[in-house]
Design a protein around this ligand. Structure first.
Ligand SMILES: NC(=O)c1ccc[n+]([C@@H]2O[C@H](COP(=O)([O-])OP(=O)(O)OC[C@H]3O[C@@H](n4cnc5c(N)ncnc54)[C@H](OP(=O)(O)O)[C@@H]3O)[C@@H](O)[C@H]2O)c1
Length: 267
């Protein structure tokens, strides 16, 4: 039997783990029905079953690789077919890659750019006109403190987040005076699957001293900030200070520090 959506709808990408999964739990508890997107269909179905039982939330799991060029069109078509219009979008799916640009796979770095930048932009551009027409709705784009500074040994990843931040800040200003909101969530390190996917060494003291947060803490801070009407949310004081340091410290001071923190063992 087809799932019928009756309540307000939140579309969440990257909902099978980490921050996206934590957002799914929060928004389900806030009485949203959910459209959850990620590649792992077994995990999507498992989470869908869990949320449906727990909060009587209707969940549409959509298994897609968002780094593929046609994926957003497929998502839009699937939602249109079911007559689903999102009230809230959490553009969260994203990956990182640690290492030197010249040593990392070019194809994988380009796939990361397609996921972190292209898919996020396409989802925003596809659904935003309808939000503007209705004069309601909101988009939470998951950015990072990495958005505010160049990141040697994660250069392409940092650049993707700089795009997310700049794009979202510009959009938020364009939408000023309407009831449609665009917010960025800018965490520092969060203990999720992100680090192992990116090939980061979480045992190093340089990682531990950044005091990683949990996905739940970050999603809760994001949702609270969104409800409060904030444009940018830093889940922790250290995250805010990192972003601020990028504003005030010259690059010639900042770059060697980041390079030291992120230098892979083998380099
Ligand atoms: N963790 C951190 O330290 C940190 C810090 C700052 C910002 N962020 C940002 O937070 C966001 C969420 O990351 P996370 O920390 O929660 O990592 P995570 O636990 O690894 O979750 C990533 C999510 O994205 C999905 N995903 C990955 N590749 C995908 C693809 N090609 N198509 C569709 N879905 C895909 C994954 O599901 P499938 O594998 O099932 O596809 C998973 O649900 C990312 O945008 C990341 O840049 C993370």
């Amino acid at each position: 039997m087809e799932t019928v959506i009756e309540k307000k709808v939140a579309l969440i990408t990257g909902a099978t783990s980490g921050i996206g999964k934590a957002f799914a739990e929060i928004l389900s508890a806030e009485d949203y029905d959910l459209v959850l997107v990620a590649r792992n269909s077994d995990e999507l179905n498992r989470i869908a079953g869990m949320e449906m039982t727990r909060n009587e939330t209707k969940v549409i799991p959509v298994s897609l690789d968002l780094s593929k060029a046609d994926s957003v069109d497929r998502l839009v078509a699937e939602m249109a077919e079911r007559g689903i219009v999102p009230d809230i979008i959490v553009n969260n799916a994203g990956v990182g890659m640690a290492g030197e640009v010249v040593k990392l796979s070019m194809d994988r770095q380009l796939q990361m750019i397609d996921l972190n930048v292209r898919a996020l932009s396409a989802i925003t551009m596809k659904f935003l006109p309808d939000m503007v027409a209705r004069n309601s709705g909101g988009i939470i784009n998951v950015s990072s403190v990495a958005a505010f500074l160049p990141g040697p040994y994660m250069s392409a990843y940092y650049a993707t987040k700089a795009f997310v931040q700049s794009f979202s800040d510009g959009l938020a200003e364009e939408l000023k005076g309407t009831k449609v909101r665009v917010m960025t969530l800018c965490p520092g390190p969060v203990d999720t699957g992100f680090q192992s996917t990116a090939g980061m060494d979480t045992k190093r003291w340089t990682y531990k001293m950044m005091m990683p947060k949990t996905a739940e803490e970050v999603a809760e801070a994001g949702w609270a900030g969104f409800k409060a009407g904030n444009r940018t949310v830093f889940p922790g004081l250290l995250d805010l200070l990192t972003a601020w340091s990028a504003k005030f410290l010259p690059k010639m001071v900042l770059m060697p520090i980041i390079k030291f923190f992120q230098k892979p063992k083998q380099s």
